[in-house]
Structure formats: C-alpha cells, structure tokens
Design a protein around this ligand. Structure first.
Ligand code: NSS
Length: 432
C-alpha cells in the first residue's frame, strides 16, 4: 500500500508518472459509460480522479460508481498532467477504497443562507469556509508572533465576571451560584490589573455582547484580542495598533496568498497597509461628513453610513480620535485640555468595512470615573478593586481591543461577519 499524501503535494511535490495515494471526501462526481470522474477534497485542496472500468478491480469500480458526494475515500493511482482537470493534474485510479458511503448530501447549489446556517455543521466543509478559517488561523498566528516579538506577555483573564466593562445594555446575565454574574464583554479591566506586574500584556478570549441589532458586523460571541500597556499614552497606543495591524497584513500577503485569492482578495492590497495610518479627530470627522452632505450633530455616535464614509477616506485604516466623553465608557481618560472629549481612538478598516479596533488611554482620576459610572447606574461596589489600581502606584496606561472576526471579514472580503466563525452566535441563532 502506498502511504497517502496530501492533495496539495500532488501538485507541489509529486511528479507526473508517480504512483501516489490520496484520501479525502468526494467533492463532486459524475459517471458515464465505463468511466467515473471524481473530484476529491482534503484540507489542502482538490484533485480529480479518473476511474476507468477494467483498470482497477471490478469491485472498486462499482464502489466509485456508487459513492455519493461527501463519501470518504482512499484512492491510489498514477499522477498525470491533464489540462481539463482542476489545477491541471489528475490521477488515474488503480484502487478506489470507499471508507464510508455517504447518504445523499443535503447541501447542493443555490440554497438559501438560512438553510446553510441550519446545516452549518456540514457547510463548514465548503471551500469558502475552509479558506476563511485558514485565513483566520494565520491572522491569529501573526498577532501572537507580533506580541511575542515585541515583549508582550500573553495572559488568561476570566470570562465569568461581576462587572460591566462596556455598559449594561449588551450584557449577558447568568446565575452564578446564588449571585448574578455576567459573560465578559472585554478583558480590559483585568488586563489593567496585570500591567502593574507585567507592564505589557495581551489576551485572546471570547467576548459576549447581547447585540439585538442584526447587522453584518455584530456577533453575540466574538474573539477579542486585547492589549494593555503601562507608560503608554494615546499616541503610543496608536503606534502599537498600527504596527500590529500592518504586521498581520504583511504576514497574510506573504503566507496566505492562495486562500486570499480564492476569497477574492488580491494579496497585494494588503502590502500597502504600512504605518503611519491617518489620525483624524472626531471633530474633524464631523466636518468631513457635513462637507459630504450628512446632517450630523457634534456629540452623536457615528452610524453605519457615517462609519462607512469615514472608512473610505484612505486605502489604509484610519484612526478617529478623541470622541465626545458622553458617548464613551467611564474608563477613558478625559482629554487634559478639553473636558468634552476622551483620549480614545477607533481604528476603521478601509473599503467601507469600518471599526476593527476600539481603544483608549485610561482614566486615572477615581472621582471622574465614579461620576461617569453613577450616570450609567452602575454599582460602585463592584468597581472598588478596579479603583485600587489607581491607589497603588498608578501610571499612565493605555490599551485596545481588536475584533478578530471584524479583521477576518475585512482581509478575507466576507460580506457578513457570521461567515468568519464556524458556528455563529447571533440574536437569531444558538444552533447548531
Ligand atoms: O467595545 S469595544 O470597542 N472596546 C472594548 O471592548 C474595550 N474594552 C477593549 C479594550 O480597550 N481592551 O470593542 C473592541 C472591538 C471592536 O472594535 C470590534 O472590533 C470588536 O471588539 N467588537 C465586536 N466584534 C463582533 N461583534 C460584536 N458584537 C463586537 N463588539 C465589539
């Protein structure tokens, strides 16, 4: 028996004329007369197998004729060049071993989005989902590498919490023994505690938001990459973000070309994503929007349309900095010479994609934070430990949160954020 190779290696390593074996699942199949054309799929690609009656045991030929899409098989044969086959190569089968005869696969062409979501456990096998998940893995790998290379320590904050980091309206509440608890919206408050020993930290955790709105940018559960560092003010925070994001883009352009091209992203688009990214004040952004004909009041938050407009100002991400304090959380530092704004920034990805990062320098004035928390009707008791961080060696510090799925959606050119997670959680869906 020939040891199976990966399908990608049938194109990259093996030579025409070699006897090889591949294994995987039937991607499509058709037979006519004494010949079966079966395209096999594994995690690395697809390869056509031509099965000709008389050139392999009769029993194997019958299996090949009978096996439906998604049957699992092991095929042995001779590799050949063939211009008509996908990728220009195929194998002529000498053995065709069906490991499992699949039932009729429910997914075929032109089915509704809803049907595909109901059958997500099967739709995950599609080439779109496969390429997207590989791109996501590469983004995570790039980020991890960047943090490691730049002296940041990876940490493991809790997911079960007592505090609302991002305000009460999107909290998932749960019964925590005899108390009320929440699923974490952000690791930020815990990362802030960790900088007093580790100085530069990051974490990757699921975050939860009970987002009632159905948009192509919101999930109820997403993967949150967060950073926090001591001795960093707003400008340093932006530099860390633009370096990280450009590292991710360069890394993907280099290491994920095939998947990106499959998803419709020209990898060269990502090569221009180099620092510096433009910094535009919220106030300036309001002027830009008004010039473009938007009726927009200083103090309001940007809606989808405004964000899209701003995210098309450059072919690189842009930072919108110093938003009105009133629309931002209690922990953002009030701008020293302007009590109306905070030292924050959102990073908007280009092409109309919009926000991928939210971050800020953190407030160090306990009274200012208490005032803002009380306005949100928060229970100050739960924040005493957080205020302690400002009582024992407080330092200027900053951090940010990057939504992994938002970045995958941008880089992988996905229309809807749910197509960047294997099992999306949205207001309408908890299954499969
Ligand atoms: O709410 S954020 O803007 N900011 C925070 O949570 C800070 N506490 C992070 C920090 O400074 N450590 O969320 C950060 C990012 C945001 O820019 C999005 O990219 C992503 O998290 N995000 C989401 N992605 C998908 N779905 C939803 N619902 C979502 N909410 C935020």
């Amino acid at each position: 028996m020939v040891e199976p190779i990966r399908i990608a290696d049938a194109f990259k390593k093996a030579q025409p004329g070699d006897s090889i074996s591949v294994r995987g699942w039937i991607y499509r199949t058709r037979s006519s007369g004494g010949i079966v054309f079966t395209v096999l799929r594994d995690s690395t690609g697809i390869l056509q197998c031509t099965v000709i009656k008389g050139e392999l045991p009769e029993e194997d030929f019958k299996s090949a004729e009978k096996a439906l899409v998604e049957s699992s098989v092991i095929v042995e044969g001779v590799l050949r060049e063939d211009k008509r086959a996908p990728g220009g190569r195929e194998i002529t089968a000498k053995k065709f071993n069906v490991v499992h005869f699949a039932e009729r696969f429910p997914i075929f062409k032109d089915q509704t989005e809803e049907f595909l979501l109901d059958n997500r456990h099967l739709w995950l096998r599609s080439r779109e989902m496969t390429a997207t998940m590989k791109v996501k893995a590469m983004i995570l790998r790039a980020a991890r590498e960047w943090f490691f290379e730049n002296g940041f320590i990876e940490t493991t904050p809790p997911i079960l919490t007592e505090n609302a980091c991002e305000g009460g309206s999107t909290l998932f509440e749960l019964k925590y023994f005899e108390k009320k608890g929440y699923l974490s919206q952000s690791a930020q408050l815990y990362l802030e505690a960790l900088i007093f020993s580790l100085e530069k930290v990051w974490s990757l955790t699921p975050s939860f938001r009970a987002e009632k709105s159905r948009t192509p940018r919101h999930l109820a559960e997403f993967w949150h990459l967060e950073e926090e560092a001591a001795w960093v003010t707003l400008s340093g925070n932006l530099e860390i973000q633009e370096q990280l994001v450009s590292y991710i883009c360069q890394y993907l352009a280099k290491n994920s070309r095939e998947e990106l091209e499959f998803l419709g992203r020209n990898p060269d688009d990502l090569k221009v994503i180099e620092p510096p990214f433009q910094r535009i004040s919220y106030t300036k952004a309001v002027d830009i929007l008004r010039d473009k004909g938007y009726e927009f009041r200083w103090g309001d938050d940007f809606g989808t349309n405004e964000e899209r407009e701003l995210s098309m100002l450059d072919n690189k991400p842009v930072f919108i900095i110093r938003y009105p304090a009133e629309i931002k959380p209690f922990y953002m530092k009030i701008t020293p010479d302007n009590p109306k704004t905070v030292e924050n920034a959102d990073m908007l990805a280009p092409e109309g994609v919009g926000e991928i990062i939210g971050g800020s320098e953190r407030e160090t004035n306990i009274e200012s934070m208490k005032e803002r928390l009380l306005r949100e009707n928060a229970n100050l008791e739960n924040y005493q430990w957080y205020f302690d961080l400002r009582k024992f060696g407080s330092v200027p510090h900053s951090g940010f949160g990057l939504g992994i799925e938002r970045v995958v959606r941008w880089i992988g050119k996905r229309e809807h954020i749910r197509d960047t997670v294997p099992f999306p959680r949205t207001v309408a869906r908890l299954s499969p």
